[in-house]
Every structure is written in C-alpha cells, then in structure tokens.
Write a protein that binds this ligand. Structure first.
Ligand SMILES: Cc1ncc(COP(=O)(O)O)c(C=O)c1O
Length: 388
C-alpha cells in the first residue's frame, strides 16, 4: 500500500531514538524517570469524578451529542466572566471540543487554502505546524527569543508576509518556553491582526497553572480581541482531565461557526457524560485548581533550586507545568544533552529542537513527577554531571 507523501514529513525521529535509549537504560536495571510528556499525573477533584460516574449510568447520555450542552456553555460563560471579566455569548461564541488539540488541529482547514501563509511560533507546541501543514498552508516561523522575553516581535515580520498571512498562532503561558504575555503584548497582537486582517488563535491551555500570586490574562481581555480571534481553553491541565478530552474554542462568532461546520463533518461531539464532568469542573469548588498550581510550584522549586546548587541554572517560570532549561556548557546540542542525560541518569527530558529550530540550546522539563522523585532527579544528575 502506498502512503500519502505527507506521511514522510511526520517522522518522530528524535522520539524513536529516545525510546531506543530508554530501553537500553532499562535493560541496565535503571528505573527511568519520565519528565518528557506533559501529561498531568494528578487526579481530578472528587466532585468531577462523581459527576462523570453518575452521568455514565444514565442511558440517555449515549446518543450522539452533536452540540454542546446549554448548561455547559452557560458554565463556561460564567467562568470566563468571573475569571477574566470577559463576556461570551453561550449561543454563538463558544464550541466544545475533544480537547483544545481538536480545535487547534482543525481550524486551519477552515481558513487556510493551499499556499496560504500562517504565522507559527518557533519553538511552539507541534499541533500548530501540523494543522497548517494538513491544510497545505505555508508556515512562516515567528522566532521566540530570550532577548525578546520569548514573545514574537511583530515588527520583524516582512510586509509581504504580513499581507499574505491569514492566521497566527499564539500561546501564553507558553509550552515549551514557560513564559507569559502581558496586556501590552496582546494589544499589539490585536493591532497587528487588525492591520493585516489576520485571524489570531490563542492557545490558553496553561492559563490557570500560575504561581506566586501571578494571574495570567486571557487574550480576549485585550480590547478588540474578539473581532480578530479566538482563544482555545482546555480543562486538561486546569482540572487534571487530560484523558477526558474536553476543551473549548471561544471568541469571534464567525470563526466559531466555521470551526463548528468543519467539526460537524468530522465527528458527532463530545460524550455527554464528559460534558457533565466539565460542568462540575467549571461550576464546582475551585480550590483544587489552586492546590494543583501549588503542587507544580513546589516541584518547580525543588528542580530549579536543586539543580542551581549543582551548577545548572535555569529561570523559574511563573506559570505552566514546564521548565525551559538552557543546556549546560560543554554539550554540542539539545539532542546530545538529552540523550546523555537519559543514558547516564535515566531521566527523560525533551530536546528543545523537538519544538522547532529555535529550541536549540534548551531542553523542556515537565513537572509531572512528585517531590520525592524530583529530589531523586536532582540526586541522579548531581551524581553523573559536574556543571561547576
Ligand atoms: C500548549 C498546548 N496546547 C494544547 C494542548 C492540548 O491540550 P488538550 O488536552 O486540551 O487537547 C497542550 C497539551 O499538552 C498544550 O501543551
């Protein structure tokens, strides 16, 4: 059978190599600690699990859901109002998705024709590139550089590219670089999008995982944001519901309607019981969210402070569940360092280049193990590496 040519571009080379190295490490009797995949290890709050379990016993919930439940949309509208003071119309300014990934993957189909340009951050969460690629669009990378606080500099985008661009992906708090955007940045993004008629897709997956009193903004808080874009919000990380697959697109009604049309041709909606769990999450006690953020903050401190003591320095992020760590001196590339770290210490981190060319020189560390394991990570690294 002859596969489509696009399959050639979907190689997961580095991940295969790391998997082989992992097996080799395990064969030496070493327990591998995986700080690679950003999948929450914490459970959802009990009231969320209760809502899901009681709902799955209800036979009526097994028909095709087709559309989002009104109660879910009202819950989300109330949540956005409470958290960000953003008004959203439940009827036409939101769409429930099988995780935000679902919407991010499919939206390009509605806006990108073959050859159209989309602006995509580098490094960036891989679905943005993939989404544009599947729609046969052209990717123009927006470098996220340390000297610009890892924010794209719109003034460096050539005029002809800006004129051609139809879509732009943004993501703050960011995966993988673990920084946040301020109001001024979102205002600049809205102005840029207005000037060049570009649709902004802001990915807010980590907007609730913030520390030290910091409260990340919604892109929709910027005046005029709803005229130029949508935001993707996910229950995966806020409520530890990653496997439940529920997220939302919210904002510009025309864009929501286009995504709805695409999706209605692909699937039949999110399982009703998962929508019930989503209602419980959004309307129930929110102290679990604060507790989850506190857990990530403690983990961040153990790693950042512990590794600094042995001479590996990295910034302390104020949001997200990741560390974006410059590789120590003496290693030629992110990939080489990640392989060495795995081979010697049995610790998996992701080379920055897995997220784009600008990721060279960094690795991403996910805070997805408990404190005792992270202390063990520091011990192992200090045993095998001398950074001083
Ligand atoms: C930046 C970012 N966006 C979107 C997603 C997808 O999340 P969801 O579970 O809502 O599909 C992830 C998941 O890791 C992510 O890191």
């Amino acid at each position: 059978m002859r596969k489509a040519k696009r399959m050639d571009s979907l190689s997961s080379g580095i991940f295969n190599e790391m998997e082989d190295r992992k097996k080799e490490v395990e064969s030496r009797g070493i327990r591998v600690i995986n700080l690679g995949v950003g999948s929450p290890d914490l459970p959802p709050a009990p009231h969320i699990i209760d809502a899901l379990t009681s709902s799955v016993r209800e036979p009526a919930n097994y028909s095709y859901p087709l559309v989002g439940s009104n109660r879910l949309y009202q819950a989300l509208a109330d949540w956005y109002k409470n958290r960000f003071n953003v008004d959203l119309e439940p009827d036409d300014e939101m769409l429930v998705l099988m995780g935000s990934q679902d919407g991010l993957a499919h939206l390009s189909m509605a806006y990108i024709d073959p050859g159209d340009v989309a602006l995509v951050p580098d490094p960036g969460y891989p679905i943005y590139n993939f989404s544009v690629f599947m729609a046969q669009g052209e990717i123009y990378s927006l470098p996220l550089l340390a000297e610009n606080r890892f924010l794209p500099d719109f003034t460096t985008i050539p005029e002809d590219i800006a004129n051609k661009a139809k879509m732009m992906f943004l993501n703050y708090p960011n995966n993988p670089v673990a920084v946040s955007a301020d109001r001024k940045f979102y205002e600049q993004a809205v102005e840029f999008a207005r000037n060049y008629d570009i649709l902004i897709c802001h990915d807010a997956a980590y907007v609730e995982l913030a520390f030290d009193g910091f409260k990340p903004l919604s892109f929709l808080e910027a005046p005029g944001a709803k005229e130029v874009g949508v935001e993707f919000y996910s229950l995966s990380k806020t409520y530890n519901m990653a496997g439940c697959r529920i997220g939302f697109a919210v904002g510009n009604p025309e864009v929501i309607s286009a995504l709805k049309l695409i999706k209605s041709n692909i699937d039949y909606g999110v399982f009703c019981s998962i929508q019930e769990a989503g209602i419980a999450a959004l309307t129930g006690p929110q102290d679990y969210v604060a507790e989850t953020a506190r857990t990530y903050r403690k983990r961040r401190d153990i790693l950042v402070d512990g590794l600094a003591k042995i001479g590996w320095h990295m910034p302390k992020p104020n949001a997200s569940m990741f560390l974006w760590a410059p590789i120590p001196r003496g290693f030629a590339s992110s990939k080489m360092f990640a392989m060495e770290l795995l081979g010697r210490s049995g610790v998996i981190v992701i080379p920055g280049t897995a997220f784009g060319r600008q990721g060279e020189g960094y690795v991403r560390i996910a805070l997805v193990e408990d404190e005792a394991v992270l202390k063990e990570v520091v011990r192992r690294i200090s045993h095998y590496f001398n950074f001083t």
